[in-house]
Structure formats: structure tokens, C-alpha cells
Write a protein that binds this ligand. Structure first.
Ligand SMILES: [Zn+2]
Length: 90
């Protein structure tokens, strides 16, 4: 997934975790949602890469989050922005 994403989007930085978020945070955080895909599969890599044209923050349901950016600081900001929203909601 990381390789394909980097190749197709020009992403310099990609963060992927296995944090599952709820629907409210998906909406609040303007997160693009993908249906579940098999872990480590080509289908997962292709689905994420295809959606990456529309959003730099994605949630693969029942799997986790993917953030991508063309630079480290931008990618970190995307992660932090969503993390702040998650913390605020607790
Ligand atoms: Zn994963």
C-alpha cells in the first residue's frame, strides 16, 4: 500500500495506523471512508491509492487510518488535527 501510494500520488510521507474511529469523528474530521479490505492485500493498496486523489486522510473501516502528504510537516499536521478532534470529544 505504501509503495503504490507513494508511486501514484507523489506522497513523500505516509502514516498508517490501526486506529479505528467512529462515524462521528469520520464526519467531523472530514475523513474519506473506505469499506474494509483484506489486510496487506493488493485490493487494499489499490482502493486506498484510488481514493487518495480525493483526500489525504482516509479511514479503512475495521482496519485503520491512512494519512499522506508531500512533506513531513504537512503529514504531521493532518495526524495532529484529527488527534485533537478525537481528544476534544472524550
Ligand atoms: Zn494496516
Amino acid at each position: 500500500m505504501h509503495h503504490l501510494l507513494r508511486e501514484r500520488t507523489g506522497a513523500a510521507d505516509i502514516v498508517h495506523n490501526h486506529c479505528i474511529i467512529d462515524r462521528e469523528l469520520e464526519e467531523e474530521g472530514d475523513v474519506l471512508v473506505l469499506p474494509p479490505q483484506e489486510y496487506g492485500s493488493v485490493a487494499l493498496a489499490e482502493a486506498v491509492t484510488e481514493k487518495a486523489a480525493k483526500s489525504q486522510v482516509m479511514h479503512v473501516r475495521r482496519h485503520g487510518l491512512v494519512f499522506w502528504a508531500t512533506g513531513y510537516e504537512e503529514c504531521r499536521d493532518l495526524v495532529e488535527r484529527l488527534a485533537r478532534r478525537a481528544v476534544r470529544r472524550r
